[in-house]
Ligand binder design. Sequence first.
Ligand SMILES: NC(=O)c1ccc[n+]([C@@H]2O[C@H](COP(=O)([O-])OP(=O)(O)OC[C@H]3O[C@@H](n4cnc5c(N)ncnc54)[C@H](OP(=O)(O)O)[C@@H]3O)[C@@H](O)[C@H]2O)c1
Length: 317
Amino acid sequence: MTILVTGAAGFLGNLLVKRLVAEEQPVRALVHSAAKAKIRLGEIADHIEIVPGDVTRADSLDVAMRGARAVIHTVAIALEKGGRTYESVNYEGTLNVLRAAEAAGVQRFINISQNGAKADLPYRFLASKGRAQAAVAGSTLAWTALRPSAIFGAQDEFFNTFARLLKITPLVFPLIDGGKAEFQPVSAHDVVEAALRCLDDDSTIGAELALGGPEVLTLGEIERRVLDATGSMRLLVPVPASLLRPVVALVQRLLPGSPVNTSLLELLAVPNIVPDNALVARFGLSPIPFAGEHIVYLRDNTLGDTLAKFFGNATVN
Ligand SMILES: NC(=O)c1ccc[n+]([C@@H]2O[C@H](COP(=O)([O-])OP(=O)(O)OC[C@H]3O[C@@H](n4cnc5c(N)ncnc54)[C@H](OP(=O)(O)O)[C@@H]3O)[C@@H](O)[C@H]2O)c1
């Protein structure tokens, strides 16, 4: 029976869909932007059902849910834009997806949550993801939540943004808030693997599983790895978050494709690490490191891509 992937043209969503297709599972892809879906899913379009839908419009979800055995819910926004808010997409959108899934009798629900997400946090993005997960946990569905740290992979937005910024900063590069913030970068392939294992493993029902890579890295170490991977040399100059805040607020207003907003900047204060890594403890995997051959994709960013992304608001990398 059909597996519905929401956010199917997104970074994680399209990898999930492609992996399910490779395993010859019947897949339905809920997509928001048709143009993005064509680019990301075009090559497998003959093997999947593509259904347009907007999670903020409950009435657009019924067709997608019809006959679905399982749902993997990946929709969320990290940047608010054009009236799309954390509350409307991440929280209320998830409520709509849950109600539609319950009404359609979906048997399994995998929610892609976020490491550190919690309903009562003062950070709006993490709070919206936390409230969404609380709603999932309160639903009648047989759910599992995955809570990844920062996810890396060819189409990621976080790590690629550093590689893009290198294209427009020839000599020095900001070491954001001294580079102290901690992450445990996890490969998109490992997150996909975990999601698929959960689908077939009822012992994960009702579990919130944190996912991380094999190493805790500071932002400074991540920046150095991005420099190495892209063959770049820059003088890293510490810039305090208090100085960056007004700059980010301005960039967010002026650049149509701003890669950051002040809400995300605040998250640097929250360690994004995974002491109890389910990839290892639960699934017995050896997580892929943010290193070597696994991050050569960072080299693919060109100056043209960077300008298109930041100034032209290109939607797909
Ligand atoms: N990337 C990370 O580092 C990371 C880390 C931890 C957890 N996560 C979680 O993993 C999930 C997937 O993240 P991602 O990086 O793959 O994000 P992504 O690339 O931005 O994908 C999200 C998808 O959601 C779709 N979407 C947005 N608003 C929608 C709406 N109103 N209705 C229907 N679809 C909508 C987007 O479509 P359009 O672009 O066409 O609007 C996009 O395809 C998210 O829940 C995220 O919170 C991500």
